[in-house]
Design a protein. Structure first.
Length: 135
């Protein structure tokens, strides 16, 4: 992983490459935790932002997206047959603490500033639903 350090004024402060990317595959979204200490990669790797070393690995089969919550937990949205499953993970190592099953195909998920999640699904009849979860 190549990286740039950027100050709050927008200037570059450092540049580098992770020493541990040989033989590793990264795919999917890159998402920085609320406190900036961890990076979640859509393919399931959790990386320390200070060392760029892998610190955890989560299963994200059929993964549709990831979202960090303000308290440091990670929400993972996946397709479960024709429905949506939202798993909220916490602890060290990350483990599922709560799960929600929603009707319809998962389309999108976003963390809300209050700690909640907004989840968009498409139902079998073609209609859409926006659901607020409070994990």
């Amino acid at each position: 992983i190549a990286f740039d350090g950027i100050s709050t004024s927008g200037t570059f402060t450092s540049r580098g490459r992770s020493p541990s990317v040989a033989g590793r595959r990264f795919s999917g979204d890159l998402l920085i935790s609320e406190d900036g200490s961890r990076l979640a990669v859509g393919s399931g790797q959790i990386v320390s932002t200070s060392t760029l070393q892998g610190v955890d690995q989560i299963a994200v089969e059929n993964g549709q997206g990831l979202s960090w919550l303000p308290d440091g937990r990670l929400a993972v949205i996946t397709r479960d047959d024709l429905d949506t499953r939202v798993s909220v993970m916490g602890g060290n190592p990350l483990a599922v603490q709560k799960e929600f099953k929603l009707t319809g195909e998962p389309l999108s998920m976003s963390s809300l500033g209050s700690g909640g999640l907004a989840v968009l699904t498409r139902r079998e009849d073609g209609s859409y639903a926006m659901i607020r979860l409070d994990p």
